[in-house]
Design a protein around this ligand. Sequence first.
Ligand SMILES: Cc1cc2nc3c(=O)[nH]c(=O)nc-3n(C[C@H](O)[C@H](O)[C@H](O)COP(=O)(O)O)c2cc1C
Length: 176
Amino acid sequence: MKELDRHEAFELASPFPYVLAVTLDKRDRPNIIGLSWWMFTSWNPLMIAISVGHKRYSHECLEHHKEFVLCFPSEGQEKDAWFCGTKSGRDVDKFQRTSFRPVNSKVVKPPIIDGVTVAYECKIVNQVDTGDHTIYIADVVAIHGNPDRARHLYSIHYRKLLSIDCKGNINLDLEY
Ligand SMILES: Cc1cc2nc3c(=O)[nH]c(=O)nc-3n(C[C@H](O)[C@H](O)[C@H](O)COP(=O)(O)O)c2cc1C
Protein backbone atom coordinates (compact mmCIF):
# COMPACT_ATOMS: atom_id res chain seq x y z
CA MET A 1 0.00 0.00 0.00
CA LYS A 2 1.06 3.58 -0.54
CA GLU A 3 -0.47 6.87 0.50
CA LEU A 4 -2.49 8.58 -2.24
CA ASP A 5 -3.90 12.06 -2.72
CA ARG A 6 -7.63 12.35 -3.51
CA HIS A 7 -7.03 12.65 -7.28
CA GLU A 8 -4.90 9.51 -7.43
CA ALA A 9 -7.50 7.67 -5.32
CA PHE A 10 -10.41 8.86 -7.52
CA GLU A 11 -8.57 7.74 -10.63
CA LEU A 12 -7.63 4.35 -9.14
CA ALA A 13 -11.15 3.66 -7.79
CA SER A 14 -12.72 4.48 -11.20
CA PRO A 15 -14.84 3.77 -13.17
CA PHE A 16 -17.99 5.16 -11.55
CA PRO A 17 -21.40 4.89 -13.24
CA TYR A 18 -22.08 8.33 -14.76
CA VAL A 19 -25.69 9.50 -14.66
CA LEU A 20 -27.71 12.55 -15.67
CA ALA A 21 -30.28 14.14 -13.36
CA VAL A 22 -33.05 16.13 -15.05
CA THR A 23 -34.56 18.86 -12.87
CA LEU A 24 -36.85 21.88 -13.37
CA ASP A 25 -35.75 25.47 -12.89
CA LYS A 26 -37.79 28.35 -11.46
CA ARG A 27 -39.38 28.90 -14.87
CA ASP A 28 -40.18 25.18 -15.09
CA ARG A 29 -37.57 24.70 -17.83
CA PRO A 30 -35.72 21.37 -17.64
CA ASN A 31 -31.99 21.32 -16.82
CA ILE A 32 -29.56 18.37 -16.89
CA ILE A 33 -26.51 17.72 -14.64
CA GLY A 34 -23.87 14.98 -14.96
CA LEU A 35 -23.30 13.09 -11.68
CA SER A 36 -21.08 10.33 -10.43
CA TRP A 37 -22.03 10.84 -6.77
CA TRP A 38 -25.30 8.93 -6.55
CA MET A 39 -26.38 5.72 -4.82
CA PHE A 40 -29.32 3.44 -4.07
CA THR A 41 -30.15 3.84 -0.39
CA SER A 42 -33.09 1.43 0.12
CA TRP A 43 -34.54 -1.63 -1.65
CA ASN A 44 -38.02 -1.57 -0.15
CA PRO A 45 -39.14 1.08 -0.85
CA LEU A 46 -36.69 1.69 -3.67
CA MET A 47 -34.82 4.92 -2.91
CA ILE A 48 -31.96 6.84 -4.54
CA ALA A 49 -29.70 9.66 -3.28
CA ILE A 50 -27.76 12.19 -5.34
CA SER A 51 -25.12 14.62 -4.06
CA VAL A 52 -25.27 18.05 -5.73
CA GLY A 53 -22.81 20.92 -5.20
CA HIS A 54 -24.24 24.03 -3.54
CA LYS A 55 -23.07 26.20 -6.44
CA ARG A 56 -24.62 24.13 -9.23
CA TYR A 57 -27.62 25.51 -11.07
CA SER A 58 -29.19 22.08 -10.46
CA HIS A 59 -29.02 22.81 -6.72
CA GLU A 60 -31.18 25.90 -7.29
CA CYS A 61 -33.51 23.80 -9.45
CA LEU A 62 -33.87 21.07 -6.80
CA GLU A 63 -34.58 23.68 -4.11
CA HIS A 64 -37.36 25.01 -6.35
CA HIS A 65 -38.89 21.70 -7.43
CA LYS A 66 -38.28 18.57 -5.35
CA GLU A 67 -38.30 16.00 -8.12
CA PHE A 68 -35.72 14.68 -10.60
CA VAL A 69 -35.29 11.95 -13.18
CA LEU A 70 -32.06 9.95 -12.89
CA CYS A 71 -31.03 8.79 -16.38
CA PHE A 72 -28.24 6.37 -17.36
CA PRO A 73 -26.97 7.75 -20.68
CA SER A 74 -26.35 5.04 -23.25
CA GLU A 75 -23.39 4.56 -25.58
CA GLY A 76 -23.80 7.07 -28.41
CA GLN A 77 -24.95 9.79 -26.01
CA GLU A 78 -21.45 10.46 -24.60
CA LYS A 79 -20.92 13.84 -26.32
CA ASP A 80 -24.15 15.30 -24.97
CA ALA A 81 -23.72 13.58 -21.59
CA TRP A 82 -20.25 15.12 -21.21
CA PHE A 83 -21.64 18.54 -22.20
CA CYS A 84 -24.15 18.31 -19.35
CA GLY A 85 -21.34 17.57 -16.87
CA THR A 86 -19.16 20.47 -17.99
CA LYS A 87 -21.58 23.34 -18.81
CA SER A 88 -24.00 25.07 -16.47
CA GLY A 89 -27.71 25.55 -17.05
CA ARG A 90 -27.14 29.12 -15.85
CA ASP A 91 -25.38 29.77 -19.17
CA VAL A 92 -26.94 27.33 -21.62
CA ASP A 93 -30.20 25.49 -22.21
CA LYS A 94 -28.90 21.93 -22.31
CA PHE A 95 -31.93 20.47 -24.13
CA GLN A 96 -31.48 23.16 -26.83
CA ARG A 97 -27.70 22.75 -27.11
CA THR A 98 -27.65 18.92 -27.27
CA SER A 99 -29.54 16.35 -29.30
CA PHE A 100 -31.23 15.13 -26.10
CA ARG A 101 -34.98 14.90 -26.60
CA PRO A 102 -37.30 15.28 -23.57
CA VAL A 103 -40.05 12.69 -23.16
CA ASN A 104 -42.90 13.15 -20.67
CA SER A 105 -42.43 11.31 -17.39
CA LYS A 106 -45.23 9.13 -16.02
CA VAL A 107 -45.41 10.60 -12.48
CA VAL A 108 -42.98 13.51 -11.97
CA LYS A 109 -42.80 16.85 -13.79
CA PRO A 110 -39.16 16.83 -15.05
CA PRO A 111 -38.91 14.91 -18.35
CA ILE A 112 -36.99 11.72 -19.18
CA ILE A 113 -34.12 11.88 -21.72
CA ASP A 114 -35.06 9.76 -24.73
CA GLY A 115 -32.75 6.84 -25.56
CA VAL A 116 -31.13 6.37 -22.15
CA THR A 117 -30.48 2.85 -20.85
CA VAL A 118 -32.55 3.27 -17.66
CA ALA A 119 -34.46 6.21 -16.16
CA TYR A 120 -35.71 6.45 -12.57
CA GLU A 121 -38.41 9.02 -11.78
CA CYS A 122 -37.69 10.32 -8.26
CA LYS A 123 -39.54 12.39 -5.63
CA ILE A 124 -37.33 13.93 -2.92
CA VAL A 125 -38.36 13.01 0.63
CA ASN A 126 -35.32 14.23 2.59
CA GLN A 127 -32.07 16.15 2.23
CA VAL A 128 -28.82 16.45 4.17
CA ASP A 129 -26.13 19.10 3.86
CA THR A 130 -22.67 17.60 3.68
CA GLY A 131 -19.70 19.97 3.26
CA ASP A 132 -20.13 21.80 -0.05
CA HIS A 133 -22.84 19.43 -1.41
CA THR A 134 -26.44 18.55 -0.52
CA ILE A 135 -27.55 14.92 -0.58
CA TYR A 136 -31.10 14.67 -1.93
CA ILE A 137 -32.80 11.42 -0.90
CA ALA A 138 -35.73 10.34 -3.04
CA ASP A 139 -38.42 7.70 -3.52
CA VAL A 140 -38.37 6.02 -6.93
CA VAL A 141 -41.90 6.37 -8.31
CA ALA A 142 -41.51 4.94 -11.83
CA ILE A 143 -38.80 3.14 -13.85
CA HIS A 144 -38.24 3.04 -17.63
CA GLY A 145 -35.56 1.50 -19.84
CA ASN A 146 -34.27 0.48 -23.27
CA PRO A 147 -32.99 -3.14 -23.09
CA ASP A 148 -31.65 -2.74 -26.65
CA ARG A 149 -29.34 0.08 -25.45
CA ALA A 150 -27.65 -1.80 -22.60
CA ARG A 151 -24.20 -0.27 -22.92
CA HIS A 152 -24.04 2.84 -20.75
CA LEU A 153 -21.49 5.33 -19.52
CA TYR A 154 -18.91 5.27 -16.72
CA SER A 155 -16.48 8.01 -15.72
CA ILE A 156 -12.77 7.80 -14.98
CA HIS A 157 -12.22 10.54 -12.38
CA TYR A 158 -13.54 13.74 -14.09
CA ARG A 159 -11.52 13.16 -17.19
CA LYS A 160 -12.95 10.43 -19.39
CA LEU A 161 -16.03 8.37 -20.18
CA LEU A 162 -16.21 4.75 -21.28
CA SER A 163 -19.14 2.39 -21.75
CA ILE A 164 -19.90 -1.05 -20.31
CA ASP A 165 -22.98 -3.27 -20.60
CA CYS A 166 -24.47 -5.66 -18.04
CA LYS A 167 -22.57 -8.59 -19.65
CA GLY A 168 -19.22 -6.85 -19.11
CA ASN A 169 -18.61 -5.76 -22.73
CA ILE A 170 -16.51 -2.61 -22.60
CA ASN A 171 -15.76 0.23 -25.04
CA LEU A 172 -12.85 2.49 -24.12
CA ASP A 173 -12.71 4.41 -27.39
CA LEU A 174 -15.67 6.74 -27.21
CA GLU A 175 -15.32 9.98 -29.14
CA TYR A 176 -16.77 13.11 -27.56
C1 LIG B 1 -17.66 12.77 -14.55
C2 LIG B 1 -18.36 13.89 -13.81
C3 LIG B 1 -19.00 13.63 -12.62
C4 LIG B 1 -19.65 14.66 -11.91
N1 LIG B 1 -20.30 14.37 -10.73
C5 LIG B 1 -20.91 15.36 -10.05
C6 LIG B 1 -21.63 15.07 -8.84
O1 LIG B 1 -21.77 13.93 -8.42
N2 LIG B 1 -22.21 16.12 -8.17
C7 LIG B 1 -22.13 17.42 -8.63
O2 LIG B 1 -22.67 18.33 -7.97
N3 LIG B 1 -21.48 17.71 -9.79
C8 LIG B 1 -20.89 16.72 -10.50
N4 LIG B 1 -20.23 17.01 -11.68
C9 LIG B 1 -20.16 18.40 -12.14
C10 LIG B 1 -21.45 18.93 -12.79
O3 LIG B 1 -21.99 18.01 -13.70
C11 LIG B 1 -21.10 20.25 -13.54
O4 LIG B 1 -20.60 21.21 -12.61
C12 LIG B 1 -22.30 20.82 -14.30
O5 LIG B 1 -21.80 21.80 -15.20
C13 LIG B 1 -23.34 21.46 -13.39
O6 LIG B 1 -24.41 21.88 -14.17
P1 LIG B 1 -25.53 22.87 -13.60
O7 LIG B 1 -24.82 24.13 -13.15
O8 LIG B 1 -26.43 23.10 -14.79
O9 LIG B 1 -26.22 22.19 -12.48
C14 LIG B 1 -19.63 15.98 -12.42
C15 LIG B 1 -19.01 16.23 -13.65
C16 LIG B 1 -18.39 15.20 -14.35
C17 LIG B 1 -17.75 15.49 -15.69
